[in-house]
Ligand binder design. Sequence first.
Ligand SMILES: [Zn+2]
Length: 414
Amino acid sequence: MQIKIEADQLWNELDKLATFSDTPAPSVTRILFTDNDVKARDYFKSLAREAGFEVREDPIGNIFVRFSGSEKNLPAVGTGSHCDAVPYAGRYDGTVGVFAGLEALRALKKSGFSPKRPLEVVFFTSEEPTRFGLGCIGSRLMSGAMDLNRLGQLRDKDGKSVDEARKSAGYDGDLTQVKLPEKYYDYFVELHIEQGPVLEREKKQIGAVTAIAAPASFRIQITGEGGHAGGVLMPARRDALVPCAILTQELERLARESSSPDSVGTVGVVKVHPGAINSIPANVTMEMDIRDTQLKTRDEIVEKILAKARQLEKERNVKMEIETINSDPPAISNETILGSIEASCTETSLSHMRLVSRAYHDSLFMARIAPMGMIFIPSRGGVSHRADEFSSKEEIAQGAEILARTMARLSLQA
Ligand SMILES: [Zn+2]
């Protein structure tokens, strides 16, 4: 099959998209339902309509762009990713999967390809947890992984609900309609930058993702007793920060000593109150993230760290309130999709390898309702969520071509 990816055009579109940012270039900050998020959405929809595709949006703001072929009523082959960006991020995380997805559809259409199953690109609402503290709001709702009660409880830092925020961005309507009907997709395949060093190190152009690690995260509020750093002697103290430090170290030990090489544990947020050099910490909020490709070892770490928290609560005479932010199973890729990615690489003479995704993506949730796969392209230095995140024009075009060919193959699968 002859397919021509317009590498320059795609690159220029990503350039333009990067200007919709709350922080100055080269960084990109684009938070859910802000003006810049709405501008990015409008830009994407205008390009999709220009290319002659059907565009629809659901009540939470997921955008669907469809290229229908000979059998309009068959379940579709889906792709897509996100365009929101954490503060001071780069310009490729997520965006490549959305805009290269559109370019894949355009290139297939121009080549004269007629899909059997419809092809669809999704611009997912809020993969990043920045605004509401929970990631993948769009794909969680689409897949039924989150119920509307949970959605209703979410608040941003100004106390706004998701419902208020979506309405300010022009999204309205019945949220029960967001969940996709059964067998909406026959296959779902997402293109993404690797956000890790493996492809670059192994000198491979394309990665075929075999599994997405299972993430879990917790918020622990530790309440001790404050006081003057000089006045309260050590035996009388109920310092809230010390148990936090012990838990952090324990999490590192558990992850390092786990029998799974993919176990990772991170404490990424610690807020200390009152936060003065001469005051004993009275309250600490800590947030921890634990992931693994195997649910069993991930849950072992979770269990042990929470047991340690209970033990410290007694030993240190502090109060620990533990809240589960999320606890999701891993996703295993579908062999037909993996095979299609690899056959597309062979067809185009691109080097490739199989690897695991340690970051999670909307595909983690799409895997609950459809056979799933992911295509990775290299990230320079493995850097992501930073302004110097980089994948080259050629790498992005190669990703778009493998995506187009993979979708074409899956569309025609028996
Ligand atoms: Zn991403």
